[in-house]
Ligand binder design. Structure first.
Ligand code: DC
Length: 229
């Protein structure tokens, strides 16, 4: 068997990107965070005052969007791919609160999803790829060799996220973080276009009580099983 396509979907704040990054590194595969592409579109819309245009004239917005280049380039020091918008590394900017607050709305627009899925499918898969998101196994790569669905209890996800934020020096209260996670789960699973679903052939991993190392071992075992088939 050649190099695999590995799709990782799941609920918000389940550590998808941490696992996906580690997995890609250990396999020597390309890692693509599809959420960062929706975040790049959001940043572009905010910086160019185009949020209103999305509601008013989506075709005009898409036309403008296509004049820009969203792509990934490997950071040789970290040996991980990072996202660029028109030659500018936006890896940090896309994680800002102003982007996080708007991205779910942007990711629900079908015309925008169509463009992002095109870009995602254009990615070279010949050297193996791990892609994480919400619709990778269902829409982007229904032919993926391995489909994983990560989940964990909302309370545990909120505790992890809350700790992260406190460590980053943010002042937030736990209830607000939990509320945000529940709202995001609701938006992701109830939107009309490409909602988050568990594919029939996906392996569900509830990582409420699993360390990253435990999960990695579990996933590598699945991959070995697959390669032997
Ligand atoms: O994983 P994330 O929080 O960076 O994702 C940002 C937003 O994009 C979030 O609202 C979910 C959405 N998303 C999506 O709809 N489809 C994907 N394949 C990836 C992310």
């Amino acid at each position: 068997m050649g190099k695999l396509t590995i799709a990782i979907d799941g609920h918000a704040s389940t550590g998808k990107s941490s696992i996906a990054k580690k997995l890609a590194k250990s396999l020597g595969y390309l890692y693509i965070n599809s959420g960062s592409m929706y975040r790049a579109v959001t940043l572009y819309a905010i910086e160019n005052n185009l949020l209103e245009l999305i509601d008013l004239d989506i075709n005009k917005f898409i036309k403008k969007l296509k004049e820009n280049k969203i792509y990934f380039k490997k950071n040789e020091n970290k040996s991980i791919s990072e996202i660029y918008l028109n030659k500018k590394n936006i890896e940090n900017e896309i994680k800002s609160l102003r982007v996080s607050q708007k991205v779910s709305l942007i990711a629900a627009v079908p015309e925008i999803r169509k463009e992002m899925v095109k870009l995602q499918r254009n990615i070279d898969r010949t050297k193996g790829v791990v892609m994480d998101g919400r619709d990778i196994g269902s829409v982007v790569f229904p032919d993926a060799d391995i489909k994983l669905f990560l989940t964990a209890s909302p309370d545990i996800r909120a505790k992890r996220r809350h700790n992260e934020m406190i460590n980053d020096g943010e002042t937030v209260n736990f209830e607000d973080v939990l509320e945000n996670i529940l709202v995001r789960d609701d938006l992701d699973t109830t939107r009309k276009d490409s909602p988050l679903i568990i594919e029939k052939d996906a392996v569900v991993i509830d990582n409420s009580y699993l360390s990253i190392e435990d999960q990695l071992a579990k996933i590598l075992a699945l991959i070995n099983q697959k390669i032997k088939l």
